[in-house]
Design a protein around this ligand. Structure first.
Ligand SMILES: [Zn+2]
Length: 225
């Protein structure tokens, strides 16, 4: 029987091990997502003084040695919702790049001052003219969003809404965002055609941990180097 002290020490060791593993885990995920190295050449001149001596530090920040200006290419937040209805999940076919023609969930970038849950509901409403009355937090996953040749590292926040009784006639698709929408059965999710890895992970997590009684079939991420 462990004493309280040894249990606390074990817990601390476990926490230390986990925190120490994060750097490697983060680096691995970033590499798998394609990295953000291409951001290094995004800016050539200091936006403050115009100096051509601007340089990037690990594609995450830029410094100007002439005037001291610093710019941070911080992680952006995006939010999306898994809308489940009768064992099926709503997917939208993207109308625009990146990943035009691939499937995505309703969602988008969080606006300044906005909560992630409100962003998820707002984006859903903007994209299909309907949003669920209640959502639950699911999980977050990293992503790299390529736009006009610049990689944007994001932290994608996923929510879910289960048990919806939906009449698709109520939906009004925004043609600027999506070409079509459909509800796909949980056993027939087109994994290879999902736009973003974070979405694959969120759907996988949802099917595993917020089970609707159907075991998922999905790519094995651990096998991907
Ligand atoms: Zn400068």
């Amino acid at each position: 029987m462990p004493t309280d002290e040894s249990a606390a020490a074990d817990q601390q060791t476990c926490s230390d091990t986990y925190i120490r593993s994060l750097e490697e885990k983060t680096a691995h995920a970033l590499e798998r997502l394609g990295g953000i190295g291409a951001a290094a050449s995004a800016f050539h001149f200091c936006p403050s003084c115009g100096s051509p001596k601007l340089y990037s530090v690990r594609s995450r920040m830029w410094k100007c040695p002439t005037c001291g200006f610093e710019y941070f290419h911080n992680v952006a937040t995006a939010a999306g919702i898994i809308v489940e209805s009768k064992g099926t999940i709503l997917v939208l076919r993207r109308h625009k790049d990146p990943m035009k023609g691939r499937f995505a969930l309703p969602g988008g970038f969080v606006e300044p001052g906005e909560r992630a849950e409100d962003a998820a509901l707002r984006e859903c409403y903007e994209e299909i003219g309907w949003s669920p009355s209640h959502i639950n937090f699911l999980a977050t996953f990293p992503n790299v969003y390529q736009y006009q040749g610049i990689p944007y590292a994001t932290c994608d926040v996923y929510f879910f809404s289960r048990g919806n009784i939906i009449d698709v006639e109520d939906f009004h698709l925004d043609p600027e965002e999506s070409d079509s929408l459909q509800f796909v059965h949980a056993t027939a999710i087109p994994w290879a055609e999902i736009a973003f890895e974070s979405t694959v992970r969120a759907l996988r997590y949802f099917l595993l941990h917020e089970s609707i009684g159907i075991p998922p079939r999905m790519p094995d991420f651990d096998a991907i180097e």
